[in-house]
Design a protein around this ligand. Structure first.
Ligand code: PMP
Length: 414
């Protein structure tokens, strides 16, 4: 809200964009930083960091309950951030936007409250084989607590959901389908429109884990008709510790509260406590108004550049990287779906992913190695990890050339 916003027209001007991210000027071991760990977290533009600073310097006051000037201004800024988030994902009402600490907390909120309200022992929740641990473990906890059973949509060798298997799995005991839009490890863009269509034909609601998609492709929750959608601010150029749960109002109204405390109540007595209206019913405790407003600054930044432009530019990076990497003898890419986001997971010969990551790091190139919090997917692929390069709109083809040159050097060392 305070930042010096830059005007981006329709094209990606990567030099202009890079100047908004001071960290990209850093040197690592004396080499210019090449940051290819964007699926883990994105870097922050100046407008987001300035928003954090300005909130603390000029607007810090606890919100909602205060009558004083600062408290009211901070409340207005926090609620304006909710509207920005609503518009960013095309929600019908700002009541449908619940602020959380991130994707993980949003999924835990739904797993806990939904199973409490709607599931009995023997009911089933469907996820997929490519889910992040945060879309598996909350449901496994509910297997213990509510007696639900987790069913898993398998994937094919390209890393795509096998939709026919999903159609076989869904049945009258299925109570919810919870699925990633984009795989963090493979980059696969799942056909969530089809998943939602099939689930709704079977009267089953759908939760979309958009942790890897809101920052890459335009999303419209009303068009998608998903029932819940979750994401984290820190992967979308915003601050850490902030996230979103979108839920259709009719669903959120039917769910019981998650955490108890201040803010989420209408009135409290030892005889009877009543709960606040949406979305506050799910927001116990002092809200993170610095987080919400800084997240909104990040979302505004993305909107200014334009998600269509971002998607197109990042797709060019993906195609270029795939083409160049495949020229390296012995390099195998995991995740070869036709429809992919800008994530490339790979191994080269029998070089351990950790060794590759460490040696690339010494060249200033930041990639992620390991199981990427998708151990069941790694088991399916019969590997224990990959090297993952994930691109953002501030990355360049020249940086990809450096990655390729770096890998070639490492291969000669082994
Ligand atoms: N789902 C997916 C697909 C992810 O990529 C991640 C983060 N790697 C998460 C969920 C969890 O996000 P967070 O740690 O921000 O809660």
């Amino acid at each position: 809200m305070f930042a010096n916003r830059t005007d981006y027209e329709t094209m990606i001007d990567v030099n202009k964009i890079r100047s908004d991210f001071p960290i990209l000027l850093r040197k690592v071991y004396g080499k210019p930083l090449v940051y290819f760990d964007n699926a883990a977290t994105t870097q922050k533009p100046k407008c987001v960091v300035e928003n954090i600073k300005e909130m603390y310097y000029t607007l810090n006051a606890n919100i909602h309950r205060g009558v004083h000037f600062l408290s009211q201004q901070a409340t207005d800024a926090h609620e304006a951030a909710r509207v920005t988030t609503q518009n960013f994902i095309g929600a019908k009402s700002s009541n449908e936007i619940v602020f959380t600490r991130g994707t993980t907390e949003s999924i835990n909120l739904i797993a806990s409250t939904y199973c409490r309200a709607f599931c009995k022992p023997g009911d089933e929740i469907i996820v997929s084989e490519m889910e992040h641990h945060s879309n598996i473990v909350p449901w496994q906890l509910q297997e213990e607590i509510s007696g639900v059973k987790l069913r898993v949509i398998p994937i094919n060798d390209k890393g795509e959901l096998i939709i026919e298997e999903f159609e076989k799995l869904i049945n009258p005991r299925t109570k919810l389908v919870s699925i990633a839009h984009i795989s963090n490890a493979l980059g696969t863009v799942n056909d969530i429109e089809e998943v939602i269509r099939i689930a709704h034909e079977n009267n089953t609601p759908v939760l979309i884990d958009a942790a890897q998609s809101v920052q890459h492709i335009p999303l419209d929750v009303q068009k998608l008709d998903c029932d819940f959608l979750v994401f984290s601010a820190h992967k979308a150029y915003g601050p850490t510790g902030m996230g979103v749960l979108y839920g259709k109002e009719e669903w959120l109204n039917k769910l019981p509260p998650y955490h108890g405390g201040g803010e989420m109540i209408a009135s409290v007595s030892f005889d009877k406590t009543t709960f606040n209206e949406l979305p506050y019913k799910f927001e116990a405790g002092t809200p993170d108004y610095v987080g919400s407003t800084s997240m909104a600054a990040g979302l505004d930044y993305i909107s200014k550049i334009g998600l269509e432009n971002i998607a197109q530019y990042e797709h060019e990076l993906l195609e270029y990287a795939t083409e160049q990497l495949l020229k390296i003898d012995g390099l195998k890419i995991y995740g070869t779906s036709k429809n992919k986001a800008s994530v490339v997971s790979f191994l080269v010969n029998d070089i351990h992913h950790y060794d590759m990551g460490m040696l690339l790091d010494k060249m200033g190139i930041a990639v992620r190695t390991g199981h990427h919090c998708v151990e069941p997917l790694m088991n399916r692929l019969q590997i224990d990890g990959t090297v993952r390069a994930s691109f953002a709109f501030y990355n360049t083809k020249e940086e990809i050339d450096q990655l390729v040159a770096g890998i070639k050097r490492i291969v000669t060392m082994f």
